[in-house]
Design a protein around this ligand. Sequence first.
Ligand SMILES: Cc1cc2nc3c(=O)[nH]c(=O)nc-3n(C[C@H](O)[C@H](O)[C@H](O)COP(=O)(O)OP(=O)(O)OC[C@H]3O[C@@H](n4cnc5c(N)ncnc54)[C@H](O)[C@@H]3O)c2cc1C
Length: 596
Amino acid sequence: MSSYSAPLRDIRFALFDVLDVESSFRHLRFEDAGRETVDAVLDEAARFCDTVLAPLNRVGDEFGVRYDKDDGSVTTAPGFRDAYVQFSDGGWGGLAAPTAYGGMGLPHVLGMPLEEMIDAANLAWGNFPLLSHGAASALLHHGEEWQREVFLTKLVSGEWTGTMCLTEPHCGTDLGLLKTRAEPNGDGTHSITGTKIFITAGEHDLTPNIVHLVLARLPDAPAGSKGISLFIVPKFQVARDGTQGARNALRCGAVEHKMGIHASATCVMNFDGAQGYLIGQPHKGLAAMFTMMNTARIGVGMQGLGLSERAYQNALRYSRERLQSRALSGAKFPGKPADPIIVQPDVRRMLLTCKALIEGGRALSYHAGLQVDIATHGASEAERKQADDLLGFLTPIVKACLTEWGVECTYHALQCYGGHGYIAEHGMEQLARDARITTLYEGTTGIQALDLMGRKTMQLQGAGLKVFLGLVQSFCEEQAGNAALAEFVAPLREKAGEWQALTLSIGKRAMSDPEEIGAAAYDYLFYSGYVALAYWWARSVAAADVSSQPQAFKDAKRETARFYFARLLSRTLAHKAAIDSGPAPLLALDEAAFDA
Ligand SMILES: Cc1cc2nc3c(=O)[nH]c(=O)nc-3n(C[C@H](O)[C@H](O)[C@H](O)COP(=O)(O)OP(=O)(O)OC[C@H]3O[C@@H](n4cnc5c(N)ncnc54)[C@H](O)[C@@H]3O)c2cc1C
């Protein structure tokens, strides 16, 4: 079985040394988020994840969820319910929620390490509270006050969980196709009818009620995505004064059998005239849903990071213990029958790839999380807008890169085990199976790439990119006289210039050929992710050098950064070449000739 121990030292390093969140918290007036509080939160979160959630990871994979077709109920794996009770008793679901609705009112960025630890410990379990955050966020920003008081408070306290009901059998990426109907009842409620599929935590036995947020069409809705509205549809009806009533007309029709995250309930949900309340304006549901999806997208990025971390920890331990062959330059451990495999450059390639992507990805994603706090509590409109632009730009990068790197890292970690990684005993194959979904749900990697390239970069004139490049430029200027950092600053400066030029050249070509965007998007996303990580690695070395961390930690940061710049940043060359080749190599082959 794979094990997990929360990497608190690196989490603290990312938060306090690299990001200097203490200054941000003072600036944003988070009076209760002093160092002692944050340390206590991290320690307690680590304890919960290491000792309660992590041991249930294998149990969940083996048990899955049990569906009873007679009553449509779903039973979760042994231990899941008790863990959920501990989670909600600890107030974890409301860590960053406003105190007005029962939350702790702590900075959103502290939810990032919490999510990372939960996902590393037990991704399938983490899916139950994950979507409550998204639902809470949609209610907070778009709900009426009574809806917040009745539903949001229950999601924040963890008494109920939330879902996101978007997908239908014929409608996944393209939500404009959705058919679920909402008929007004004339009393302020609506009757919702339709079938949603793949609904995470759609039915379970963890809480007495479940708050479904459902996309549906009103009778007068225009066609396409402009005719979608968002509704609150609880499993048990709830009156405006919060009183819980009869069972609503909805039911789980089946649970899916999946490649991974077996213990996460992926449900077909049938709504048969279920009572629901409209959230926000009619036909504006997609905007409200995007609030929910953005929260969830960053959350899914953390799933990729968490799984990478767990896989890496196990692969590292195994690579130190497994004795096979000798180092090519001669025995490194002559007293042993063979050297541990960690002496081999190829094994180091895999371990260092994981380490570099994880630690760089941690700084990148926590920084994105901090933008949520600045966008909400920034001192001026300009500061809030800048953070919002940056957050919008970073969200698809965090979601897609961290999840694709999660797949890569779990595969590298499995590979370090050789054949022992492929068999179930060590738990490495579970991590690889679990990681795969993260690149699919909440918008596939291809869709994140289009969001970054099309909406966030082209339509918004690169507003977020400009903010990010501004950060890179300031950092390079600050460090210009620091000889110890020159080996990182020079290539970073060069890549930042290339990134800007590349963006402009795609934009220019797209004016005469719209296919340029789709053809460039995937490679542009990863190009951006690798350059962004170069910035975070350069900053990590700079932060480590001036920190009070032990010398071995500082050296490890520098050597890992060297590995990153030498071996991973160079992936941008291939991405740039692919972008420069334009749409022709992708589109020239006639659709009918693919099997010619
Ligand atoms: C385990 C699991 C849990 C899920 N949980 C939820 C949930 O809680 N709530 C919910 O509503 N949904 C959920 N989903 C659904 C998930 O979000 C969708 O599966 C996903 O968004 C993709 O939709 P699709 O499967 O219909 O694929 P499609 O939309 O059919 O896409 C198929 C392929 O075509 C590509 N593609 C489609 N359109 C374009 C385009 N315009 N440009 C480029 N490429 C394109 C996609 O990237 C993908 O590779 C879940 C799915 C799974 C498997």
